[in-house]
Design a protein around this ligand. Structure first.
Ligand code: EPZ
Length: 444
């Protein structure tokens, strides 16, 4: 298992280009199941382990991933799909695999998907997904750890989510696209990745409208035409690099992002004293300040402060000038990074779903262990700011699920960071980590 070795204390300076969004790519890639007349072309897809996993899953269903003329372009042909099972060994490494439920039931009226099981950050049930499919007319059976869904036909319905669910909203939209009649989704999630998927599906013949901020209508159509889309930028990767500049007192220009999608993160970092200059709608400059102000943070569904940025901003707050409270309102166990940050010298106390962070003068390098995707990012950020001693982050297969070769982008900004094989002392060059033999015991 690879490790990241970081010599911190250097300001990051330069330009970084943000990759395509993981959480938009995943639903758009599985929606290709519904487009079997032509090759599906999806551009700006990041090179991540989660993308490799979803490709493996599509291939296991009978889809073909074709050669493409660009590294970030996926060409998928789904005309040969003849299997409707998403097996446990794939779903357990990435819970977003449950997103195949919607398109399989829409197109083939059947699906058998392993229940994803819990993960490091919480129980992560899919009851909202299954209840909604039942309302659309599907029969849902849970047996031996698998959910089996069948339908003679799907009919539009009014779905009311108890709380907004990102992949729940995406699954129901896809299930409703070919249904008879219109489906209204109330308390729908508002994340931009959902709207990116809606654009992709509508350009392929679907009829989906966000009629109010939290209400989506899906008018069922008889057939779809062609899926051809360029994925929007990853706002969480962008937010992570914004914190990288702030925590190292650096000066970074981020390019190819959608500034509008980062409003809550920009506001919070500005409140903490970080200097943010908006160059254009897809470029910002982030300058770290000498002192970091302690600011309270409370996570909530979009457009409020994203839970996927909670661990990263906590790293920044460990070096703030006072005391702040970070409240995690979305997941029940998303403080696994706290114990590791404390190993780096942070002063944090956790009570239920909030963490009290008392700023310290400095962090010191140590050996720490990644526990989930965004926790691993927060440990790298803290390592970059640790002014004495090396920081070694183990189990960085978590990081590789959601960040495209993060160490290359950080090195280009002046970081002293290298990827090391667990039993090697020399930095790994360009070989791919062998993800296949590393089973993520828990997935975010
Ligand atoms: C998506 O997960 C993202 N993943 C997560 O990103 C992100 O943290 C999360 O949304 C919240 O923004 C992808 O898009 C692939 P939810 P999802 O359903 O859809 C509860 C990352 O770091 N809930 O919006 O699984 C659930 O337990 C990952 O990239 C139910 O109770 O999250 C949670 O408390 C981590 N029953 C809340 O709703 C359900 O059926 C919101 O979860 C579904 C959800």
């Amino acid at each position: 298992m690879d490790k990241m070795v970081i010599e911190g204390g250097f300001p990051l300076v330069g330009e970084v280009s943000i990759s395509g969004s993981k959480n938009a790519s995943l639903p758009i890639i599985v929606s290709s199941i519904m487009f079997d007349e032509f090759d599906c072309e999806i551009e700006n897809v990041p090179d991540l382990e989660d993308i490799k996993t979803i490709k493996k899953l599509l291939i296991s269903l009978g889809a073909v991933i074709k050669k493409s003329d660009a590294a970030d372009k996926l060409v998928i042909n789904t005309s040969g799909i003849n299997n409707f099972d998403a097996p446990y060994d794939l779903v357990k490494t990435m819970r977003a695999s449950v997103l195949v439920l919607g398109p399989l039931i829409a197109k083939y009226k059947r699906a058998r998907v392993s229940l994803p099981g819990g993960c490091a950050i919480g129980a992560r049930p899919i009851d909202f997904h299954l209840n909604a499919l039942k309302q659309l007319g599907a029969t849902v059976k849970v047996d031996h750890g698998y959910v089996e869904v069948f339908a003679d036909k799907l009919k539009g319905a009014v779905i009311n989510f108890p709380i907004p669910s990102v992949t729940g909203t995406e699954n129901v939209i896809m299930a409703a696209v070919l249904a008879e009649g219109t489906t209204i989704i109330k308390n729908a999630a508002r994340e931009p990745e959902i709207d990116d998927m809606i654009i992709a599906l509508n350009n392929g013949g679907a009829d989906i409208k966000r009629i109010e901020p939290s209400v989506i209508s899906v008018r069922g159509v008889k057939k779809l035409s062609r899926l051809c889309h360029r994925v929007l930028p990853d706002r969480i990767e962008a937010g992570t690099f914004m914190v990288a500049s702030a925590i190292t007192k650096g000066d970074i220009v981020l390019k190819n992002l959608n500034v509008h999608h980062l409003k809550s993160v920009i506001d919070k970092l500005s409140e903490a004293g970080v200097k943010i200059i908006i160059n254009s709608s897809n470029s910002i400059r982030v300058k770290g300040s000498k002192t970091i102000k302690s600011v309270d943070i409370s996570t909530a569904p979009y457009p409020d402060f994203p839970t996927d940025m909670q661990a990263q901003i906590m790293s920044l707050m460990t070096l703030s000038g006072g005391l702040c409270v970070i409240t995690e309102n979305v997941f029940e166990n998303r403080f696994m990074h706290v114990a590791e940050l404390i190993r780096l010298g942070a002063n944090i106390k956790v009570r239920n779903n909030f963490a009290i962070v008392k700023g310290v003068k400095k962090l010191s390098g140590a050996e720490v262990m990644a526990t989930d995707l965004r926790a691993s990012a927060s440990l790298v950020l803290a390592g970059l700011a640790s002014s004495d001693g090396l920081t070694t982050v183990s189990r960085i297969y978590h990081l590789d699920r959601g960040y495209e070769r993060m160490e290359k982008k950080l090195t280009a900004l002046g970081a002293i960071i290298s990827r090391v094989k667990a039993n090697d002392i020399s930095p790994v060059t360009d070989e791919e980590p062998k993800f296949g033999d590393v089973v993520c015991s828990k997935t975010a």
